[in-house]
Design a protein around this ligand. Structure first.
Ligand code: SF4
Ligand code: SF4
Length: 332
């Protein structure tokens, strides 16, 4: 006889109430826009080459406003740029230069295939990227969901593997992954409905395989759990795997992950300056409580510490197993 499934608590019940930000705000994450040369199966913001509309991509005016806000946010040490492919935005370079001038670190969430994009005359469009990033000592966080071709092909498309390897080679060529100040982090996410393997073990596998196969170097590997939202959710639903995956995340709840949740020390803005607690909440259009009608430049940075964070069921994706954040596993 089949036993009925025991109902699991909601995220709020599980953590015993409201999740609050920490007493220091260290990071501003900016989603500069949704334009991307790829359209990956697991993409939680549903980026693609078609998402070039102005209302989904950072303008010069908004860039200026964000930089002005940063000048007053003295505790913020890091600006984390995500997208889409951030380098596709015409304001990417002024933004990076402006952030560096204000003495903050920059992280660029770079899909390395962008370095292989060519125009109609076969000229590389983003040829400038490696030197520009190196000149400004940008920390490159490059997605490489696997070191095996088949897995990348399934998730990202047919040429994504060779283009990723070539892109990483070009980053290595300017010193990324071998020079301490040019940090190159690779990012793994599972190709199926499972939790990532232990980060340290997988990092050793990546290091061994990428060195042996391509003589590639990198600084470290971060593992990130796939969120059951947007494209990945639709995909799981089509395959009848959504319910099991959500249950897996909830049953793997780990209270030791709470302190390190990325939303506790960061604030997120989209390309229009609207405020969210993280990129997943942005994808779900869940605004930071109390900031629903406000833009980042309307807010004093000190009011963002200790704030209430908007949580929902997808937050189990961050607290499952070893935990997951934009900077990898939370407990390993
Ligand atoms: S490369 Fe990143 S932003 Fe672009 S479609 Fe893939 S997951 Fe989305
Ligand atoms: S999805 Fe993760 S980072 Fe975002 S609010 Fe929930 S717990 Fe925080």
């Amino acid at each position: 006889m089949l036993l009925p499934l025991v109902p699991l608590p909601t995220f709020r019940e599980q953590i015993g109430g409201t999740l609050r930000a920490a007493e220091t705000l260290t990071t501003l994450q900016i989603n500069v826009g949704l334009a991307c040369n790829l359209a990956c199966r697991h993409c939680h913001v549903q980026s693609s080459p078609l998402r070039t509309a102005a209302h989904e991509n950072l303008t010069e005016e908004t860039t200026g406003r964000l930089l002005d806000w940063l000048a007053a946010a003295s505790d913020v040490t890091t600006v984390d740029l995500t997208g889409g492919s951030p380098e596709m935005n015409p304001n990417f370079r002024p933004l990076v230069e402006g952030v560096r001038k204000r003495g903050k670190r920059v992280m660029d969430r770079c899909n390395p295939t962008i370095l292989q994009v060519r125009d109609a005359r076969e000229k590389l469009v983003y040829d400038w990227v490696p030197d520009f990033l190196a000149e400004h000592k940008v920390h490159v966080v490059a997605s490489l969901p696997c070191y095996l071709e088949e897995n990348i092909r399934k998730q990202r498309g047919s040429n994504a593997y060779s283009d990723s390897i070539e892109g990483l080679r070009r980053l290595n060529a300017v010193g990324y992954g071998t020079t301490p100040e040019l940090r190159l982090t690779l990012v793994y996410n599972p190709t199926g409905p499972s939790l990532p393997p232990p980060q340290g073990v997988l990092e050793a596998d990546y290091r061994r395989e990428l060195k042996a196969r391509f003589d590639l170097h990198f600084s470290e590997l971060w593992t990130i759990t796939n969120m059951p939202i947007a494209r990945w959710r639709d995909d799981l639903q089509r395959r009848g795997e959504l319910e099991n995956y959500e249950r897996l995340l909830r049953e793997a709840y780990n209270p030791a992950t709470i302190d390190g949740l990325m939303c506790r020390r960061q604030i997120h803005v989209d390309s229009q300056g609207r405020v969210h607690d993280c990129d997943f909440n942005y994808a779900l259009q869940l605004r930071t409580p109390g900031c629903e009608d406000r833009f980042l430049w309307d807010l004093d940075p000190t009011t963002l510490v200790g704030r209430e964070i908007r949580t929902a069921q997808h937050c189990f994706g961050c607290t499952a197993g070893a935990g997951s954040s934009c900077t990898g596993s939370l407990t390993q």
